[in-house]
Design a protein around this ligand. Structure first.
Ligand SMILES: [Fe+2]
Length: 470
């Protein structure tokens, strides 16, 4: 009898524990990671850091970076800076195993920002490249030559695998360097970076010290010279400083970085589209006008119907300011753009939206909030299998530090969030499946802090929530 009583008490206790546990698990929207990151000052690397080193040699090209140069993926734009003299605008390039050297000629210019004058910034488009091919290229012809290489993407197609890396809000702190190193060592080997905005944080220095744009360019060259970074502009690219007479927004960005906006019919470099392998990538501008009748609105309205999911099954959107964000920082800053564009995102079955701005990590459920029409009182996001997953990946490591405060309780729409630095990988395997992982800087390179198998919204629109699978 005593034995049965003890057993009964055990089962009652077990039951209570399970109830309590489930209350803890399900009373909130999703998971707020229990991972506690050591919190210490995130400092910019000093000017004499080795990652900022000027390459040796007479007027050697520095800050070399490449990006996609057209809509289809058959062109790149090579950019670099020569500090002392203009030097050659030419890029020499050749296919691997080929003796035939080709030549492309670019243009260069300088710009001034308050009391700063830039070096000679060169941009050289190279077109008519072959798909899925390794090319070598050389800049600094006639003075100090520097050689790099890149791979062109495979031709767009429904079952072409391709792996993207994701970094946002990088800056140039010691943590930024860890993020980039971590990405480089990730065994999943990202082939192109989708960068979601906030580059150098030069604007946080007195008079927007543009020398910090140069140091940033030298810091990231070890990646940007070898694989394209797809640029999204953030608020730190605005560089709007009327107090020192700098009234043209985005001046350093526009001079230093190029996007292939014209090939997708865009009128500004801040919003544009590219196809890359199996992905159609739409880049939006959080800090350019997006209301009805604006150039960005008009362009986007025409852009979505163009996407052919048989050619490019994965539809991805990049922007800087997130629409769904449950941190206390930048809360609802993306709300007006969400109100304008979210119905299109659901209608056209966007798979995933990547944003930055908030210095932490967050992944949403598949949710939408498009029922709201001012008078119906419906204003809560609901689960929606045709809606994208929203991912905030503004955790690149810049010197402003982490956003640690979150709204409590965790909203229903938020599936996972953690205030740590890191990067992510979006690895498309075929038209139906993509493997996604977020990697925090403190872990080993192969460790996932958060992971999910994405099911394509056009080809395989069934529930892909990791929680439901569990
Ligand atoms: Fe930002």
């Amino acid at each position: 009898m005593g034995h049965f009583q003890a057993l009964n008490q055990y089962y009652v206790l077990l039951f209570l524990c399970l109830v309590l546990d489930s209350l803890v698990l399900f009373s909130r929207g999703g998971t707020t990671s229990s991972y506690v990151r050591r919190l210490e000052a995130t400092l910019d690397m000093p000017l004499d850091s080795d990652v900022f080193r000027v390459p040796p040699g007479c007027n050697a090209p520095q800050q070399v970076h490449i990006t996609q140069g057209d809509l289809e993926g058959k062109a790149v734009i090579v950019s670099w800076v020569t500090q002392k003299a203009r030097g050659s605008n030419t890029v020499l390039y050749w296919k691997e195993h080929s003796c035939k050297m080709l030549k492309a000629r670019g243009k260069s210019k300088t710009y001034k920002f308050y009391n700063y004058t830039s070096g000679h910034i060169h941009h050289c488009p190279i077109s008519n490249l072959e798909y899925d091919t390794k090319y070598y290229y050389m800049v600094g012809v006639g003075q100090t030559k520097r050689k790099f290489w890149f791979f062109t993407p495979p031709k767009a197609g429904p079952d072409v695998p391709y792996t993207f890396g994701l970094i946002g809000d990088l800056g140039q702190s010691f943590d930024s360097n860890i993020t980039l190193t971590h990405y480089e060592n990730n065994p999943l080997k990202g082939q192109t970076i989708l960068f979601v905005g906030d580059f150098s944080y030069a604007d946080t220095y007195p008079n927007h010290d543009n020398n910090r744009w140069d140091t940033w360019g030298r810091f990231i060259e070890r990646s940007t010279a070898y694989q394209p970074w797809i640029w999204t502009v953030g608020n730190h690219e605005l560089d709007f400083a009327p107090q020192i007479g700098e009234t043209k927004p985005f001046k350093p960005f526009k001079n230093r970085y190029r996007t292939p906006h014209r090939s997708s019919g865009s009128t500004e470099p801040f919003w544009y589209s590219i196809k890359r392998g199996p992905a159609y990538i739409i880049v939006l501008a959080s800090y350019s006008a997006y209301g009805k009748y604006t150039p960005q609105y008009t362009w986007l309205a025409q852009e979505f119907p163009k996407v052919n999911r048989t050619e490019t099954p994965w539809l991805m959107v990049l922007m800087h300011s997130p629409w769904y964000n449950s941190y206390d920082y930048h809360y609802m800053e993306g709300e007006t753009m969400r109100v304008m564009y979210e119905p299109w995102f659901v209608k056209y079955k966007v798979d995933v939206v990547f944003a930055g701005h908030v210095h932490g990590y967050e992944r949403s459920e598949r949710i939408s909030n498009i029922a709201y029409n001012v008078v119906n009182g419906i204003c809560t996001p609901v689960k929606d299998q045709f809606a994208p997953i929203y991912i905030t990946i503004g955790d690149g490591g810049n010197h402003e530090g982490l956003s640690t405060k979150m709204t409590e309780p965790q909203p229903e729409y938020s599936a996972f969030r953690e205030a740590s630095f890191g990067h992510a990988i979006f690895s498309i395997r075929n038209r139906t499946h993509a493997y996604y992982g977020w990697h925090r800087n403190q872990d080993g390179c192969a460790v996932n802090g958060d992971t999910m198998w994405f099911f394509n919204r056009f080809w395989h629109p069934i529930d892909d929530s990791p929680d439901d699978d569990d």
